[in-house]
Ligand binder design. Structure first.
Ligand code: CTP
Length: 469
């Protein structure tokens, strides 16, 4: 099979010319994505010789504005051309030790290089050599697997996964991104080698997990992780969500599958990784808060607060960033029951204002999460709940338009309080600011300067502060 027609970028001819005295091939993810017509970010070039020398010649041919970055320790070189990264490496043979993902590397042939790769669909090469330019070199029938939508290792999967256990995560990640199946022997080898994941750094595991989460239908990846036994090892809190208990004929939802449904629904509407994490974690404390009450059945009181408190620990362990994004996830988990609790017609404006204030910039994401959280087999029920929920959204919108509390800025600043009463920074300033904020949220005064100023005077008198000097 010849793909020369697909190699439209003139840079391929330049590489071919530069590599006229060494065997040169396109390999890996680039070839896979080219055949699948997926957009690809970077180009991997392998040559039977020195990748670094080849990169230098290519750069020379492209013009002197092109910089080559050389990674001597890895024997690779990279250059950027028209916004695309092109990586050059010499063909290599790899062997692994038991305790490390770092292989012992020797120079090798193209065949050696294809043998060392993780999946048949990633072991495809396209020749850039004269004589067979554009020809596919596919020793493991990766093309067939692309057609059959199958993830399969080129060699014995037990060896491939034991050598580099990150590949178990990669198998599931590619299956999820591409909507492929994992071939039975390959999947069985994941089950058998799952414990080897403990030699992989958390950062690499989390990278793959995030790619699964960012896929179109992340639930598929989580189910594969669960059935492969990896989820228990990398994310045990999530596995605890699985299962239904029955007492006196009363059961509860399976919270694992419910969570995955919510995650997929959020993924349909938003590409925000952190909102997707909030979906994953929204019910994470349900197993810890589960009780059975003879009158009302199963309850999960306080799971939203406990869940929010679990977020930093999970983020720390996963080596996810602990700054703004974590706060957002925590806030969404904490507030995820609040909008639906506002369905009641008798709900006060102050309750709406409080939610607007606490959600702040996360409000739209919170509403999206809450909508996705409405799952039931009973479609009438879902329809009714969604209808009610639209009313809540409208009420929130109306109150926000009127009172502007979402991004609440105190109408009276700390400086003004201090200068008016001639006091130094301290507790009294905080007390006055807090009381003004509460009065606005409670609807006792409106969110404007004059009413806040009058209240400031009143509070000042009450707590015994003198008038302006
Ligand atoms: N590879 C491998 N084992 C790994 C990582 C990578 O065999 N643990 C090989 C595969 O042949 C892969 C190539 O190196 O195609 C490039 O790896 P990488 O850039 O991580 O993945 P891509 O396949 O390019 O896909 P993506 O960019 O989507 O991650």
């Amino acid at each position: 099979m010849n793909f020369s027609k697909k190699l439209t970028d003139p840079v391929f001819k330049v590489i071919a010319e530069a590599g006229s005295d060494v065997e040169t091939y396109l390999v890996g993810g680039f070839v896979r994505d080219l055949i699948l017509n997926r957009p690809s970010k970077d180009i991997d070039v392998v040559c039977v010789g020195s990748g670094i020398s080849l990169a230098k010649v290519v750069a020379g041919k492209l013009g002197n504005h092109v910089n080559v970055s050389i990674f001597k320790n890895f024997g690779t070189a990279m250059l950027k051309h028209d916004g695309v990264e092109i990586e050059f490496v010499g063909a290599r043979k790899e062997s692994y030790r038991r305790d490390s993902r770092k292989p012992i590397v020797e120079d090798g042939t193209l065949e050696d290089d294809q043998n060392r790769r993780d999946f048949t669909i990633n072991a495809l090469a396209i020749s850039l050599n004269e004589g067979n330019y554009g020809e596919l070199i596919d020793p493991f029938n990766g093309l067939g697997d692309l057609k059959k939508k199958l993830i399969r290792t080129p060699l014995d999967p037990a060896i491939t996964f034991s050598d580099d256990p990150l590949r178990m995560m990669r198998a599931i990640r590619f299956a999820t991104q591409l909507n492929f199946d994992i071939e039975a022997d390959t999947f069985e080898a994941i089950i058998n080698n799952k414990d080897r994941i403990n030699i992989v750094s958390q950062e690499r595991i989390t990278d793959e997990l995030n790619k699964i989460i960012m896929s179109k239908k992340p639930s598929y990846g989580f189910k594969l992780l669960y059935h492969g036994g990896l989820l228990e090892l990398i994310f045990p809190e999530m596995v605890k969500l699985q299962g239904v208990e029955n007492i006196d004929g009363k059961g509860h939802k399976d919270n694992f599958y419910h969570t995955l449904q919510v995650l997929d629904k959020v993924a349909e509407k938003s590409d925000d990784l952190w909102l997707r994490w909030a979906a994953i974690l929204h019910d994470i404390a349900k197993p810890n808060t589960k009780r059975f009450d003879k009158e009302v059945g199963w309850t999960f009181h306080g799971h939203e607060d406990k869940g929010a408190r679990m977020v930093p620990g999970i983020f720390r362990r996963m080596k996810l960033p602990l700054h703004e994004n974590m706060k957002k996830v925590k806030n969404l988990v904490k507030l995820h029951l609040r909008p639906i609790a506002l369905v009641n017609d008798r709900v006060t404006d102050s309750a709406l204002r409080r939610l607007l204030f606490e959600a702040g910039d996360d409000l739209d994401d919170l509403l999206l999460l809450c909508r996705a959280d409405i799952t039931s087999k009973n479609m009438d029920k879902v329809k009714r709940y969604l209808g009610n929920f639209s009313k809540v959204e409208k009420k929130l919108k109306d109150v926000e338009e009127r009172d502007k509390v979402k991004n609440f800025q105190p109408p009276i600043s700390g400086e003004e309080i201090m200068s008016h009463f001639a006091i130094k920074p301290g507790r009294d300033v905080g007390v006055i600011k807090e009381e003004i904020k509460e009065a606005i949220l409670e609807g006792k005064i409106r969110n404007n300067y004059q009413e806040a100023f009058d209240l400031m005077i009143e509070i000042g008198e009450k707590i015994g502060l003198g008038k302006q000097k």
